[in-house]
Design a protein around this ligand. Structure first.
Ligand SMILES: [Zn+2]
Length: 142
């Protein structure tokens, strides 16, 4: 289900390509999800949490194959309350062994399950951001 990245609502719109004669759906337009619209929140990125979680699982498995241990950072795209559009940020995963460099890490979570939960919009809990895509996992910050 494709939802608003902030409120999680399904009353959303985005740009698609249709056959102008038959009005048949062909594909989502360029940047359709990042240029979405929610009936309640206005112009916001849209997201499909199920798809994002599937991407996370795939990249996590690739990382584990390659490194044999869980990644410490996720580089991902987030949507944030009161910020227009999406931004790329690092999220720390796991127990902190030492203080994280200030300003480099946007948020932290305990494990893979907790990280995947961040893909589901949840303003009610006080969390004001949603992970809308995963770029990469890493052991270190750049
Ligand atoms: Zn919304």
């Amino acid at each position: 289900m494709i939802v608003c990245s902030l409120c999680g609502g399904t009353d959303v719109k985005c740009v698609v390509v249709v056959d102008p004669n038959t009005k048949e759906f062909i594909e989502f337009g360029y940047n359709a999800f990042s240029d979405g619209k929610c009936e309640y929140c206005g112009n916001v990125p849209l997201t499909d949490p199920g798809e994002v979680q599937a991407d996370i699982d795939r990249l996590w498995a690739e990382h584990m194959d390659k490194h044999g241990e869980a990644p410490r950072y996720a580089y991902c795209c987030i949507a944030r309350l009161n910020f227009e559009g999406a931004e790329r940020r690092f999220i720390h995963i796991g127990e902190s062994q030492y203080p994280e460099p200030l300003g480099k890490v946007f948020a932290a979570c305990t494990d893979l399950q907790a990280f995947k939960a961040l893909t589901v919009p949840d303003l009610e809990s006080g969390r004001e951001f949603t992970v809308i895509s995963i770029e990469a996992f890493s052991m270190k910050l750049p």
